[in-house]
Every structure is written in C-alpha cells, then in structure tokens.
Design a protein around this ligand. Structure first.
Ligand code: ASP
Ligand code: MG
Length: 411
C-alpha cells in the first residue's frame, strides 16, 4: 500500500464528464489499496474568466479580494469531484485550503506556502476517505484566502505530498510527460523517461510549461518523486507512459543533454558607450532592481579605447517597456551614448546534468549554430545549462539542429 497524491489540471476537469473520468483514475488507485489525496485545478478557462472579472470590477482592486474571487474555481471542482466519487461508491470529502489548513505568507496573488501540518489530511486518508483538495489556494496569516500564482495547483500538490509524506505525486495533465523539446516545433521530440529535479527545474524555468517552476523547487527540496502523465489515458489502461522527475542517482543512463528549452519571453537591451570604470554595472542594474525587473543574460564587451564599452542584457519581454523607461530616466546617472532595445529574440537552452562531466558541450553547440549562419547575441552558462540568445526567426532551425546534434531525435 502506498500513499499517493494525484493532481488533475484544468483540461482534465473541464467538464463534469471529464471529472467522471478523473474519478475513475482515483477509483483505480483506491481499489489497488492506496491512500489517496487528489488536488484539482479549476475547470480550464475559469481562472482566466475570474481574473478578467476582477480587473473589470476595478483597476485598483484589493489583492485579498482578488484571491477571494480567483480561488473559487478550485472550490467548485473539488466539490464536484467529491460528489462524483460518492456516486461511484467511494468515500471522499472536499477540502479548501483554509480547512487543512494550508498556510501561506501574505503575498496575495502569488503567495508562498509556509510549513504546514498534514495531520488532518492524514487522519482522513487513514480512515479510508479520499481527500479532494482545492489546489492553488491556502490561508494567509491574516486568515484571508491566498492564491499561489498562476499554475499554482502543481505547487499545492507537491507541497501536500510532502506534508502527508506521500510516496509519490502524480501530476495528470494533457500531455503524456515531459519532452526533450516542444513537440510542436520538433516532431522528433521524445518523451523523457526520467529527468533529474535540477534538469526539470531548468526546463520549467526556461520555457517548458508542463510544471510550475515552484512545484519543481518544492519537489527538489522535499525529495518528492513526481510522475507526469496524461489524464486522457484510459483509467484502466495497463500500458500508459509518463515522465518521472526524481533524484539524479535514480537515473541510469543519462545523456549529456537531456532537453532543449526555448523562450520567446525575452527582450534584449543594449547600452552603447557606457563608461568602462568601476561602479558602472551597479549604476545600470541598481535602478532595474529597484523597479523589480529581473535581468538575465549580461554581456559586456571589452572596451577598445579603455574609456567606453557596450553592455547588453536581457529582461522579461513583459518588462521591456518599463525597463527602457527606467534606463531612459537614469541616463544622466548612468551616462551612456545610446539605448537600444530588441524584442525579436529567443533564448535557447540546452540542459543536462551530464554536462558536469563532459567537456566540449558548448563548443559543439556554437559550431552547429555557426554552420547554419545563426549569430549568437549573448551566452550564459551554469553547471548543467547553456543558454544562447538569437534572432527569433531562427528558433525552429536552431532548436531542431541542437536536438539532432545531441542525439535526442526519436528513431
Ligand atoms: N487554476 C489556476 C490557474 O489557472 C491554478 C492552476 O490551474 O494550477 O492558474
Ligand atoms: Mg498547469
């Protein structure tokens, strides 16, 4: 017997009919003798609608009331799933975040989960009752409802799995696992059998949308094995597949590069002719940090005359206009010749824990791109990742080439 947390996303609970299908997955696990907690998202589209209504009500809304509104979608699906489970003879009850209680900090709209006690849930599960939990929500220290940020049900599920000491957290979604890259771009993309927490964290941060980034962080910290699989597999199928996100040690044969992610949510900014002297970087990035704008890739050229240099960096595309504005206002303070911006860029990243032990991965990548005439505008690396910034028009060409280069193509 195992203790399992099953999470179903918005498309999996989009209609009552689909909720019935979810109930059959739950039934299978219960009949196998497992203790089960289920975490549900809102029906797909619901949260967007709720957010739209809030913004329509007032541009200057109270974030606590935003949370009261947007958390409601999950309340509906948790109740519906409990009802459907009853109808097939399974003991179940719904749980709202405040009833568990799943405690969060007070950052309404993007709250973080604080340590919380899973005892009430465990007691229910031990009595043979399926816990059907509304994802995405918890209760802040001010006793108000708080939500965890868009896509937050993944994080709810992993946090609950950690709190109830579950053997595994199964994330049911609309794809059958994590792929080597986006299959819509590279038809030869393959499902990854096992992926290390660190790799998944990079994949999620760099554009793969299967799991919310924070859920992967949470899984990594608490060592919760996460299994990503499709809710559209027949509930009684015996031959389904998925991707296990787990410890590096549990992966036998690992590739040098496990996956390729890309993100168009980047914009490039160049400051031409900034002084080449101590303190300049602080002057450039200080005002951006004050405005809570995250800077990612940074390239500073060597100055040819010893006086001035050019500095290039990227910011999230959504922050581009604000960043340009901040830098324009700080022109006197920073001192630069010209400010240039470019939103027509994409960040392509190769990810794999195998890079720690293999040399020459980057060179191979740069050569492959050069052969295709693709110019690299910026580079960043970490122990398990190489990211490059290129012109957006070359996205597909680059991703396909790298996918082949690192032997990821499906046979
Ligand atoms: N319903 C919420 C959202 O759409 C949370 C989730 O589905 O994970 O962001
Ligand atoms: Mg999601």
């Amino acid at each position: 017997m195992a203790r399992l947390v099953l999470k179903f996303g918005g498309t999996s609970v989009a209609t009552v009919e689909r909720i019935r299908n979810v109930a059959r997955h739950v039934e299978r696990e219960v009949k196998a003798g497992h203790q089960v907690a289920v975490v549900v998202s809102a029906m797909s589209g619901t949260t967007n609608q709720l957010v739209t209504w809030v913004k329509e009500a007032s541009e200057f809304y109270d974030p606590r009331e935003y949370d009261a509104v947007v958390a409601s979608g999950e309340q509906v699906t948790s109740g519906l799933l409990a009802i459907v489970l009853h109808s097939i003879g399974i003991k179940a009850r719904s749980w709202q975040g405040w009833q568990i209680p799943l405690n969060t900090d007070d950052s309404h709209g993007a709250a973080s989960i604080a340590d919380f006690n899973g005892e009430r849930l465990i007691a229910g599960m031990e009595s043979g009752e399926v816990a059907v939990i509304a994802g995405f929500q918890g209760v802040a220290s001010n006793e108000r409802i708080a939500t965890l940020g868009r896509g937050g049900s993944d994080t709810s599920a992993v946090a609950i799995a950690a709190a109830v000491k579950a053997d595994r957290c199964d994330i049911y979604t609309d794809v059958d696992g994590v792929y080597t890259t986006d299959p819509r771009v590279v038809t030869k993309a393959q499902r990854i059998e096992r992926i290390a927490y660190e790799e998944m964290l990079e994949m999620a941060s760099l554009g793969a949308k299967v799991l919310q980034v924070r859920s992967v962080e949470m899984a990594m910290v608490h060592r919760v094995p996460v299994y990503v699989r499709s809710s559209f597999d027949a509930p009684d199928a015996s031959n389904w597949n998925g991707t296990l996100v787990c410890d590096e040690e549990e992966i036998m044969e690992s590739q040098v590069v496990t996956g390729i992610a890309f993100s168009k949510d980047e914009a490039k900014i160049t400051l031409v002719q900034v002084a080449d002297k101590p303190g300049v970087a602080a002057k450039v990035f200080g005002p951006l940090a004050d405005a809570s704008i995250n800077v990612d890739m940074i390239v500073q050229n060597v100055s040819s005359d010893g006086k001035t240099t050019d500095m290039t960096f990227t910011v999230p595309a959504a922050e581009f206009a604000r960043a340009m504005d901040v830098l324009t206002k700080a022109k006197g303070e920073i001192g630069y010749g010209e400010l240039r911006g470019d939103k027509d860029v994409v960040k392509v990243s190769c990810i794999g824990v195998g890079m720690r032990t293999h040399a020459g991965v980057a060179v191979k990548m740069f050569r492959a791109l050069a052969e295709r005439g693709i110019n690299i505008q910026a580079i960043t690396t970490s122990e398990i990742k190489i990211s490059i910034l290129i012109e957006a028009a070359y996205t597909e060409l680059a991703v396909r080439a790298l996918h082949t280069l690192y032997d990821l193509d499906k046979a």
